[in-house]
Design a protein around this ligand. Structure first.
Ligand code: SAM
Length: 295
């Protein structure tokens, strides 16, 4: 027993670093103990930190809010990408809003039907530092011939863009600072104008148990533009406070069997950690408190 205690203590001391506290909620939050800062930078847009934690690996935070961790990023990126892309019959063109860490781009490129992916990120340093310090996220996706990276405020891009897209994935930070404009009725309307027939729009929609107003607000802002507005869920451990919601908006009502999803899934290149056709279907079942928030 003593030997075990001594080893554990030594390990703790050798790993000992500063605790990193997320500051998304003033009255509550998660803390990453024994963390080591790899990079801290005030970019032109936001406060960026990349740190290492014994349990969750490398972590990106922007303005004090966890964006992704090495340990659980696949859950979020797979659900943001494969739910709309496998629902859509034959997605060829995708627009990624935000997503400067490269995780969404990596997953989109697993779909053989994809011909072009445009990623519009406001902060070039997120792309540069993610490439350098978080290569597990993009896995070379930024250099893929089908990928076009644009550094611009996406709210401006969607106003000026003349292309159309089969799927738009809004992988933005929370509606704070530069991300706030990406949760507005105007922005959703501009995105709708860029969608091809039967196009699908999905977005990062926060943790409804903690961010009670976000679900109702984004639903209200999307309804004037789309016939079918709903949400789907996944549990991402480091999006603290409960299930993570993804906004879904389309004119076509997509009702797919697990068999069809499984057949389409079989064409994907590369391994998945979380997504399955069964999870895809189940993810759209919303608990009573969220249905109440929506009504
Ligand atoms: N998975 C994360 C989450 O759930 O919060 C999001 C990750 S990704 C790093 C969020 C990105 O959105 C950031 O790189 C941020 O710079 C970018 N962003 C925020 N506002 C933006 C805007 N108006 N136009 C383009 N990109 C924006």
């Amino acid at each position: 027993m003593f030997k075990w205690l001594a080893t554990t203590t030594l390990l703790a001391l050798s790993l000992h670093g500063e605790p990193y506290r997320e500051t998304l909620y003033p009255e509550w939050g998660q803390c990453f103990h024994e963390s080591t800062v790899l990079l801290r930078q005030k970019t032109d847009v936001q406060d960026l930190i990349i740190f290492q934690n014994p349990r969750f690996g490398k972590i990106l935070a922007l303005d004090g809010i966890i964006q992704n961790t090495e340990a659980d990023e696949a859950i979020y990126h797979e659900m943001m990408v494969h739910v709309p892309l496998l629902a859509h019959e034959n997605p060829k063109s995708v627009l990624i809003i935000g997503g400067g860490d490269g995780g969404i781009l990596r997953e989109v490129l697993k779909h053989p039907s994809i011909e072009r992916v445009t990623l519009v990120e406001i902060d070039k340093q997120v792309v540069d530092f993610s490439k350098e310090h978080l290569p597990h996220l993009s896995k070379g996706a930024f250099d893929h011939p089908k990928a076009h990276i644009i550094i611009q405020d996406a709210a401006l891009f969607v106003k000026e863009c003349k292309e159309d897209f089969d799927v738009i994935i809004c992988d933005s930070s929370d509606p704070i600072g530069p991300g706030a404009v990406l949760f507005t009725r105007e922005f959703y309307g501009d995105c709708k104008n860029l969608l091809s027939k039967n196009g699908i729009f999905v977005n990062q929609n926060g943790v409804p148990f903690m961010q009670e107003t976000e679900l109702a607000l984004t639903a209200k802002n999307r309804k004037p533009h789309f016939k079918h507005v709903t949400f789907y869920l996944a549990t991402v451990p480091t999006y603290a406070g409960g299930q993570m919601a993804f906004g879904w908006a389309s004119d076509k009502k997509y009702r797919l069997s697990e068999a069809v999803l499984a057949e389409r899934l079989s064409k994907l290149k590369g391994e998945l950690f979380y997504y399955t056709p069964e999870i895809h279907k189940a993810a759209f079942a919303l608990p009573a408190f969220m249905q109440k928030q929506l009504n």
